[in-house]
Design a protein around this ligand. Structure first.
Ligand SMILES: [Zn+2]
Length: 415
């Protein structure tokens, strides 16, 4: 089990030092490459380092996924493919204001549009909705009305098959997330609530039917015969998106009851099972399966319901992430970058400096050690090493987000 993650030997908390003279400021940026020095480094110079590392990584990722591929999308998805590069470019644009990033983002989405035209997948992370929604938002930012109209018209053409699952990666909530993304960036009502309501009704109906069959929990879902709990395919991801929808009081109660069922049936360690029938293997501490994905949903529930049980459970899940979440992978889905967002999310809710430190610790571990550990074969580079969700794209995204930790958002998941 221990070979999945590095033992976390970093201190529980290190207060930042404050450089007093301009020379000390300068030294903080240029000198000191050991992890303890980075952990004690003052906010401004450390953030400057992370930004530089993020920009360098972004350049590499663009070359590897776009330049060297002949500017074509073999895999168009945001999860592991070219749309992830576009999403990273949009992030870079938001941080630096560099119009070249936005222009390149639009170009990359255009290639993804061509590659996904006949795709039947409908979600933001793995389907056509991600391409159309990101294309529309980039077009809006660039003042390109023609492309904006085109992508919105394409979005309207997306049909949800009856056999669609409800989960996030390929299913109904993955499509709803694209609607939420459009409404957030283009204005409420861009996708009318009458339209999203039909999808929510279907999800609630399916969840209640399976919940009744099981007799333990108000809502339950299946994906390929498994009743998953995690963010990617299961309850955590579905509840996460449902909490952003306009729910009726009885639906809200069912979401609340489902999350309480998960809390009351987690592992004694504080971690969460990957699925309803997998109660013995307390192994995975990933966003996709395990405490990290559940923690982000619990933080949202704590905000929405103001119920201390959710906050306490989120804090306990974050302890699991601190102790067992320094994974031997860099990415967002099942790597250190994704796990760092648990601390950022808790920091935003509690403003407790401990959580900002812990996010910083995971980011600094990556900054200082990831490349070395990968080249020594002690860390897995990911099957798609430059992708957003499994590769270094996620690391770059986290570094950008560390620059303003009060505004960070787990990519394509936190709104
Ligand atoms: Zn994963």
């Amino acid at each position: 089990m221990a070979d999945r993650f590095f033992p976390n030997s970093m201190p529980e908390f290190v207060p930042e030092t404050a450089p007093s003279t301009p020379l000390e400021q300068q030294e903080a940026v240029t000198v000191g490459d050991s992890l303890p020095k980075l952990l004690a480094m003052p906010h401004a110079p450390l953030w400057e380092r992370l930004k530089r590392a993020a920009l360098d990584l972004k350049e590499t990722i663009v070359v590897e996924t776009w330049g060297l591929s002949g500017q074509r999308a073999r895999d168009f998805t945001l999860y592991c493919g070219l749309l992830g590069t576009a999403f990273l470019l949009l992030k870079s644009y938001h941080v630096t204001g560099n119009a070249n990033d936005l222009a390149l983002c639009s170009q990359v989405v255009k290639a993804c549009d061509a590659a996904s035209a006949t795709s039947r997948d409908v979600s933001f992370l793995c389907g056509r909705a991600g391409v159309c929604a990101l294309g529309a938002v980039a077009a809006k930012l660039a003042g390109d009305d023609e492309s904006l109209r085109y992508y919105l018209a394409q979005f309207e053409k997306i049909k949800l098959p009856r056999s669609l699952p409800d989960e996030l990666l390929y299913g109904r909530v993955g499509f709803l997330w694209a609607c939420l993304f459009l409404n957030k960036h283009l204005g409420q009502g861009t996708v009318p609530s009458t339209y999203t309501r039909v999808v929510v009704d279907e999800i609630i109906k399916n969840g209640r039917a399976m919940g009744r069959k099981l007799g333990r929990c108000p809502l339950m879902f299946e994906w390929y015969g498994e009743k998953y709990w995690g963010a990617a395919h299961g309850l955590a991801g579905i509840m996460h998106v449902l909490m952003d929808m306009d729910l009726k009081p009885d639906e809200l109660e069912d979401v609340k009851g489902t999350l309480k069922y998960m809390i009351h049936n987690r592992f004694p360690s504080g971690n969460y099972p990957a699925s309803e029938d997998d109660r013995k293997r307390d192994v995975l501490v990933h966003w996709c399966h395990g405490a990290p994905g559940v923690a982000l949903t619990l933080v949202k529930a704590a905000k929405l319901f103001g119920d201390k049980e959710f906050l306490d459970a989120a804090i306990e899940a974050a302890e699991v992430v601190w102790n067992r979440g320094l994974l031997k992978r860099v990415g967002i889905c099942h790597g250190i970058s994704g796990n760092a967002y648990v601390f950022l999310s808790l920091y935003q809710l509690t403003r407790d400096a401990k959580y900002l430190y812990r996010a910083k610790a995971f980011a600094c571990f990556l900054l200082e050690r990831a490349h070395k550990l990968i080249s020594q074969g002690e860390m897995h580079a990911g099957d798609t090493p430059y992708s957003l969700f499994e590769g270094q794209g996620g690391m770059a995204y986290l570094f950008f987000d560390m620059i303003d930790p009060t505004q960070s958002k787990f990519p394509a998941y936190e709104l």
